[in-house]
Design a protein around this ligand. Structure first.
Ligand code: F6P
Length: 524
């Protein structure tokens, strides 16, 4: 599959096609729609009751044909097989990325061992724990301590599925070190009715351990000692022995594994706070939805394969339409945290500058992913989408129906999402320049029947696969994140230097001056 992307005939054909069409300005959506009454059929894909409409993207039938050729020439089919079969697709750490095994119903052997037996064991333990905690009615609040992939997925899904929960528990997430948030939270909670989950795959993440120790101190003070406090702790980790050394009872330590990346761990025991919050049945439905997306990715020809199409659109927009970012706009109830979740998934995975073989790339890799749930963005940043100088492709996610008692609200969301996509595409001529909308701004609509647990799982796995498909085309490793390490090391070294009289090590002049400024002004 490797070979330098920009030297591949399929890439060069795409570049020649782009030039031949007149470059980025050669794709006029109004003209393309006028010329082709079938455009919506040509540029849409279905998986069951999920629809992807990408007819408002800046491409013509030949572009799509060439993009699909690129996916084939990149050997996407084999790459997908490798992913599912447990090949070491994470080349820099020499390990597989077997998040699909977390929802598989057939054996997935890894080094001669079927990992789905481990997955089932942990899920059964999780189910028993969830049923006990929810059944006993002693716990009303959960503090979930974790960051990145050990936080964003369950936090987002918990909000999104609240409408589907029976007797939801309250979950409070502690991620960064925010003493103010911690203090406010602990003054509100009843220690006896609070369960604490420490979620960290590596059990080394500084923020998580600092928060865990602080909450342990609070609980111990409230309950009369650490022993009693630790009995109300649980952990999710790939280092169970570390959790036990912390003092967490082994029967409350739930395992994840090195073969699951943190940001891909949503279908593992990492979803414990979600299952405690909304119950095990919605989590089971989420797994079924993710499985449906796995099947779709594995078996659907690329022209109808939603993750492959989404990946190709990003590659096209980044490299041929000079897009630096893509805005993600879920017009869905409870999806406020979705952009943050997707940001980690996409930007830790695709924010790379060298190929899998270590060579610098000479093309653009991951787009900045950002967004907000609709209609908030309309009253904040859509101005730039409509009239700014940057091209920002938009990805709307909508559902035909919603689970609440205010149907008029949902229609209003839908009307706004469709109107935004239409306005971005058509624009509006006006006599005054400041009232003119240039239009021809691309967007995609992903349409779910409903954002219920099944379709939430489908969506999560869809984006996991989109990221992998993009990494295959771009020849980068979607499963490591070395770019986060340097800052952690420097922060560790810098922390003691903030103390009033501590020696300050060698730094650049700006950092050294800032350390001195903070030391002078930081302590009252
Ligand atoms: O620093 C980045 C990162 O390693 C993410 O990839 C990960 O999801 C997060 O930190 C949390 O890591 P852990 O689960 O090991 O605490």
């Amino acid at each position: 599959m490797a070979g330098k992307l920009t030297e591949m005939p399929a890439w060069q054909a795409l570049a020649a096609h782009h030039r031949g069409c007149g470059g980025a300005n050669g794709f006029n959506l109004s003209r393309l729609f006028a010329a082709d009454p079938q455009r919506v059929q040509t540029f849409s894909a279905r998986c069951g009751d999920v629809l992807l409409d990408f007819s408002k993207q800046l491409l013509n039938p030949n572009t799509l044909h060439l993009l699909l050729n690129l996916a084939r020439d990149r050997d996407m089919a084999n790459a997908i097989t490798h992913l599912f079969s447990g090949a070491a697709v994470n080349v820099s750490e020499n390990r597989p990325a077997l998040h699909t095994a977390l929802r598989a119903q057939t054996p997935v052997p890894l080094d001669g061992h079927d990992v789905t037996t481990d997955v089932r064991r942990e899920r059964d333990r999780m189910r028993a724990f969830v049923e006990t905690v929810r059944g006993e009615h002693k716990i009303t609040d959960i503090i979930h301590i974790g960051i990145g992939g050990s936080y964003l997925g369950p936090a987002f899904a918990g909000d999104a599925l609240l409408a589907y929960a029976e007797k939801p528990l309250r979950v409070h997430y502690l991620s960064t070190v925010d003493g103010g948030v911690l203090q406010q939270l602990l003054t509100r909670l009843d220690a006896r009715a609070t369960l604490v989950i420490v979620a960290t795959k590596t059990f080394t993440t500084a923020e998580t351990l600092v928060n865990a120790r602080a909450v342990l101190g609070w609980l111990a003070a409230q309950l009369g000692g650490e022993q009693a406090a630790l009995a109300q702790f649980a952990a999710i980790t790939a280092r169970p022995e570390q959790a036990v050394s912390f003092g967490i009872p082994r029967d409350r330590v739930f395992e994840v594994w090195d073969w699951v990346g943190g940001r891909y761990s949503m279908c593992s025991a990492m979803a414990l706070p979600l299952a405690l919050q909304v119950g095990m049945a919605p989590f089971d439905a989420l797994l079924a939805g993710a499985r449906a997306a796995d099947e779709h990715f594995k078996t659907t020809e690329f022209g109808q394969n939603i993750p492959v199409l989404l990946a190709l659109l990003d590659v096209w927009n980044a490299n041929f339409h000079d897009a630096a970012s893509r805005v993600v706009l879920p017009y869905l109830s409870g999806f406020a945290r979705f952009p943050a979740y997707l940001q980690q998934l996409e930007m830790e995975s695709l924010g790379k500058r060298v190929t899998r073989g270590g060579a610098p790339v000479d093309y653009d890799t991951g787009l900045v992913a950002w967004g907000e749930s609709g209609t908030n963005g309309q009253h904040a940043f859509h101005q730039l989408l409509h009239q700014g100088t940057r091209l920002v492709p938009a990805e709307f996610i909508i559902a035909c129906r919603a689970r609440h008692d205010y149907p008029g609200f949902h229609d209003m969301l839908l009307a706004n999402a469709l109107a935004q996509a239409e306005a971005l595409m058509l624009g509006n001529a006006a006599s005054e320049p400041h009232r003119t909308y240039p239009g021809n701004r691309p967007s995609t609509l992903l349409v779910l029947p409903e954002a219920d647990a099944f379709h939430l799982g489908f969506l999560i796995a869809l984006y996991e696969h989109k990221v992998y498909a993009a990494s295959v085309i771009l020849d980068i490793n979607a499963f490591d994140q070395w770019g986060v390490e340097l800052g952690k090391q420097l922060a560790g070294r810098l922390l003691p230097e903030l103390a009033p009289h501590a020696p300050v090590g060698p730094h650049d002049a700006s950092t050294a001056a800032l350390i001195h400024y903070i030391r002078t002004h930081g302590r009252s």
